[in-house]
Design a protein around this ligand. Structure first.
Ligand SMILES: Cc1cc2nc3c(=O)[nH]c(=O)nc-3n(C[C@H](O)[C@H](O)[C@H](O)COP(=O)(O)O)c2cc1C
Length: 263
């Protein structure tokens, strides 16, 4: 399965088979962690950890996740760069997991004092802010189906409500070089499916903005930008991210994050 197929097929998985990962799967996921990368700086530590269900650990405390034994734990710094990096870098691992036939579900919350915090030390300035179960998916439970329905997880906002060309009123032409990469960004996962990402294409640059919707909006936008960048790479394109001092002033309360310029 190539990366484009993985992005199109991936969905959040909350019901797992209770079997746990094999050593081979763990090795592959740890390699994916090692190979994941971010150009945005900040502080991020990704760990894969097994929890023994028999030891009294109760994943059910965290809502509708069932049958998961293995979790990624993310220690993330408190600044904007760390949030952007966490989204951009960990989504690479999520997509790799899907390519290996394994489901995941990003869960961003406070885990202070929870079983997930026990025995974990994080580098200076980092805190456990995201956990993510990983394993073989089984048929979604009724609870999971309801969650998906409530969040409208199957749906995404229309392309032309999110992405613009030259000014904030003109749609991106379908033959534009960035069209498909933006489409892959559009279908990315986000907390409560909030899709805070916005973008403006000008010549060979894409200015990325976000509409602040929750504390996870920058992280969400990092996930979307990962899917954009993976598409660029897949088609053999290259480019660089930079934080420009002067960018087109967006409407409303959107905030500029980074600009991608094609080489
Ligand atoms: C940063 C982040 C945090 C999330 N937190 C939760 C969560 O706490 N509980 C949950 O059930 N789903 C969570 N999700 C999953 C989203 O609800 C899901 O990605 C969205 O509804 C789109 O559905 P899909 O991933 O199946 O495409 C989170 C997703 C992201 C990206």
């Amino acid at each position: 399965m190539n990366i484009i197929e993985a992005m199109k097929e991936r969905r959040s998985v909350r019901s797992f088979d209770g079997e746990g990962l094999t050593d081979e799967q763990k090795a592959k996921l740890n390699k994916a962690i090692e190979e994941s990368y971010s150009p945005f700086g900040g502080k991020l530590t990704i760990r894969l950890k097994e929890f023994d269900l028999k030891e009294g650990y109760k994943p059910s405390t965290y809502g509708m996740i069932s049958g998961a034994e293995d979790f990624f734990l993310l220690g993330i710094g408190s600044d904007e760069a760390s949030a952007l990096t966490a989204g951009f870098q960990f989504e690479q691992v999520v997509l790799k997991a899907w390519q290996l036939g394994l489901g995941t579900c990003w869960i961003a919350a406070t885990f202070k004092g929870s079983d997930f915090e026990k025995g974990e030390q994080w580098p200076e300035g980092e805190e456990l802010k995201v956990i993510c179960p990983v394993g073989k998916a089984v048929k979604p439970s009724m609870k999971e189906k309801l969650t998906r329905l409530t969040l409208g997880s199957k749906n995404r906002k229309p392309f032309n409500d999110l992405f613009f060309y030259n000014d904030f009123n003109t749609p991106v032409p379908t033959d534009n070089r960035f069209y498909e990469a933006l489409e892959m960004l559009r279908i990315a996962p986000s907390s409560t499916n909030s899709q805070p990402w916005r973008a403006l294409v000008v010549d060979n640059s894409v200015h990325f903005y976000y509409k602040p919707k929750s504390p996870a909006s920058v992280l969400d936008t990092g996930i979307g930008i990962c899917q954009f960048y993976e598409t660029e790479k897949f088609y053999g394109h290259s480019g660089n991210f930079s934080k420009l001092t002067s960018v087109p002033t967006p409407p409303e309360d959107w905030k500029h994050l980074v600009t991608y310029t094609a080489e």
